[in-house]
Design a binder for this molecule. Structure first.
Ligand SMILES: CC(C)(COP(=O)(O)OP(=O)(O)OC[C@H]1O[C@@H](n2cnc3c(N)ncnc32)[C@H](O)[C@@H]1OP(=O)(O)O)[C@@H](O)C(=O)NCCC(=O)NCCS
Length: 182
């Protein structure tokens, strides 16, 4: 069990306790199941079926101390229901100062405050690392909930790619949002 700075307690908006902690290899199966559930919604991620390559990438992210992979875990209840990663686009020296953020919470537990907790933990981790200058992410213009959350934590729109996605038969723009730490 991870302790101390690796694990932090949070509460949902209606007062239920959960922890945010570093993801462990033993969490992999649950994480894959949760990703598949988000993929099945066919709105938020391009993935249709979680692949072996993705599984290996998730494991590699967990093991790389320059990256962050965390989970929101109701330890005494439903277990892991959300996750967040910060990874460089490419592991090359000239691009390592920028980390890309990806996150999701299973549908049933959205809007309960878990996204806020994951962001709080992740940005605390990133701000303590002087080598990280910027965090970026890409999101659909239709994802108002996530855009609101990212703006709340200081992210600003850096660029827009028009008609980049077709979601449920309708065009949507791709928005790149960033937070500059230095
Ligand atoms: C985006 C996501 C990770 C956020 O997690 P969450 O647990 O739902 O987030 P929270 O409950 O902590 O916060 C959501 C905020 O959005 C607000 N919100 C909810 N619906 C909204 C809407 N339609 N428009 C604007 N804001 C909205 C909530 O009021 C809350 O605001 P607050 O921080 O001021 O309380 C989660 O909703 C999710 O997994 N969505 C699907 C996958 C996804 O979009 N991933 C990210 C991009 S790929």
């Amino acid at each position: 069990m991870l302790k101390g700075k690796s694990q932090r307690k949070y509460t949902t908006k209606d007062g239920r306790e959960f922890v945010v902690r570093r993801a462990l290899p033993g969490d992999l199966e649950v994480l894959l199941r949760n990703f598949q559930r988000v993929a099945d919604e066919e709105i938020y991620v391009a993935t249709k079926k979680v692949s072996k390559a993705q599984k290996n990438r998730i494991l590699a992210t967990m093991k790389n101390p320059r990256n962050l992979s965390i989970v929101a875990d109701f330890e005494k209840g439903v277990g892991i229901v959300g996750s967040l990663t910060l990874v460089p686009q490419r592991e090359v020296k000239k691009m390592r100062h920028v980390l890309y953020l990806g996150m999701s919470v299973i549908e049933e537990l959205r809007e309960d405050g878990l996204g806020n907790a994951l962001m709080d933990y992740a940005l605390g981790w990133a701000k303590a690392r002087k080598e990280i200058a910027k965090i970026s992410l890409s999101i659909s213009s239709t994802n108002k909930r996530a855009i609101k959350l990212y703006k709340k934590f200081g992210f600003r729109i850096e660029g827009v790619l028009k008609k980049q996605f077709i979601l449920k038969g309708k065009y949507a723009d791709e928005i790149v949002m960033s937070l500059f730490l230095r």
